[in-house]
Design a binder for this molecule. Structure first.
Ligand code: FAD
Length: 449
């Protein structure tokens, strides 16, 4: 029998000081960091992913969002969940569609997001795509849906359209033109104002002393480090955050969550040679049916993945003729995360019924558009959240049961919503930064959990 050599205890290296440590740089964390530096706070951002400039290439996307067990997680239903492990988080690869935050949900928690939403609208280009940027596939799908009487409309985008190029699909892999707003923009702005970013830094735990957060431990280049600050904001996303919280004395994090499962329904048409356009240009939200349905034209490599997943190798050569419609659903809360981030959550019968209904509607639109060879992908997901809900793990100021330990990302969503959350996360980030800077005093009725 071979003996297992004892593991060397990891070396602990030097401390770093800051007013606020922000863990993770997706839309939640990057917004907080940016807003705090605008208020002259000394901010240290710790980001697990790399900080290479965005090239908009398949290899860069695959390295940040398709590494099995890290950025590509698979559920028991073989639903593939992707997240971006890079500076800017998943928003580097998102489709920049901006759905208005669910105000009533937040009002019910005593959180008024209206001022933050108004600020974002005033600061950012937020509009549907101009006709010249709508691709031929999105246009054909929209025409078909409207012919059938559906309220199919263009969706608002966080895209600076003046920087955008027609016949371009690189936003799928990260937009090298800087046209698509992502967490990267906020990180760059924060750094410009003096914030520090350590990339490749995987935070493991928040250090708690006398019921108060004082810093974090993280791994960087094979060694363990500590960093100290007055306040810690954990914004490592719907999967990353609960793991850190659990290691820090909040074992109940990471239960009863959502991930917005989706399918893509595809069919080939004549008279089109597309395949290079901005996805999610138009669609409709079927609130009562629990799903959103939009066009979703993807580059060849992703088309190949969607078809290979379901054994439709016969469709690989039809990429430039294939209309693709996404059905993204509001799944029921449930499941739990393993301590290594494994997703232990199955789709329920009601989740599958919503998907089937959306599938049927997508097929109707494709048939009317003249599509043949209609088929669907397997399940995918890209919005994990609700793993550290407001009213359960954090209070209405987003503070945990430990003083000066806050959470600001999709984890805090108080209920399943089923829509893309980045606009909401930016609004939460703005509100939290004001609170931390003392501009919005804590609500006296807010309970410390
Ligand atoms: C293909 C795709 C398309 C999408 N389209 C849209 C869209 O059109 N509109 C929309 O609103 N949303 C969209 N989304 C979803 C959106 O991108 C995410 O919901 C959003 O980015 C979540 O933000 P977050 O701040 O919660 O976390 P993330 O963006 O996931 O950021 C978390 C960050 O924390 C880092 N991190 C994780 N663990 C650690 C750790 N231990 N230590 C340090 N750092 C850590 C990660 O590297 C990451 O940078 C899309 C997502 C994908 C993948």
């Amino acid at each position: 029998m071979t003996s297992i050599p004892p593991q060397n205890p990891p070396q602990v290296n030097s401390a770093r000081e800051a007013d606020v440590i922000v863990v993770g740089t997706g839309p939640g964390g990057a917004t907080v960091a940016r807003e705090l530096t605008r208020r002259k706070k000394d901010v240290l951002m710790l980001e697990w992913g790399a900080d290479r400039s965005i090239r908009g290439t398949l290899p860069q996307f695959a390295g940040a969002a398709a590494v099995p067990g890290k950025s590509l997680l698979v559920t028991g239903d073989l639903c593939a969940m992707v997240r971006g492990i890079t500076t800017g988080g998943s928003s580097v690869f998102y489709y920049a569609t901006a759905f208005d935050p669910p105000l009533e949900t937040f009002d019910a928690q005593g959180i008024d997001l209206r001022p933050a939403i108004a600020e974002i609208r005033a600061e950012r280009p937020l509009a549907p795509l101009a006709d010249s940027l709508m691709g031929p596939m999105a246009t054909r799908i929209m025409q078909s849906a409207r012919d059938l009487g559906y309220d199919w409309h263009k969706l608002p985008k966080f895209i600076d359209q003046a920087k955008c190029r027609p016949d371009c699909h690189r936003c799928n892999y990260g937009c090298p033109e800087g046209a698509k707003l992502s967490g990267r923009h906020f990180v760059d702005e924060a750094r410009h104002r003096g914030a520090r970013l350590i990339s490749g830094a995987r935070v493991e735990q928040v250090l708690i002393e006398n019921g108060r957060a004082v810093g974090v431990t993280y791994r960087h280049k094979g060694a363990r480090h500590q960093a100290y600050a007055t306040t810690v904001v954990v914004a490592a996303g719907g999967i990353g955050t609960p793991l850190i919280l659990r290691n820090s004395g909040i074992p109940e994090a990471g239960r009863d969550f959502f991930f917005d499962p989706l399918i893509v329904v595809m069919g080939a048409v004549d008279g089109i040679r597309g395949g290079r356009e901005i996805p999610m240009a138009a669609g409709m939200h079927r609130e009562e049916d629990g799903y959103v349905i939009t066009d979703m034209t993807v580059p060849w490599a992703l088309h190949a993945v969607l078809n290979t997943q379901v054994g439709r190798l016969d469709q690989l050569h039809r990429h430039r003729q294939t209309l693709a419609i996404m059905v993204k659903t509001r799944d029921s809360l449930g499941g739990w995360l393993s301590d290594r981030g494994g997703i232990r959550k199955r789709l329920t019968a009601s989740d599958k019924a919503k998907i089937r209904k959306g599938d049927a509607q997508a097929r109707e639109i494709l048939v009317h558009a003249g599509a043949r060879h209609i088929h669907r992908s397997w399940y995918l997901a890209a919005h994990p959240g609700g793993t550290a809900k407001i009213g359960h793990i954090v209070d209405r100021d987003l503070q945990t049961r430990f003083n000066h330990l806050y959470v600001c990302d999709c984890s805090v969503m108080p209920r399943a919503w089923g829509l893309p959350p980045s606009f909401t996360l930016m609004a939460l980030g703005k509100r939290l930064a004001k609170h931390l800077a003392g501009e919005a005093p804590a609500d006296p009725t807010a309970e410390t959990l």
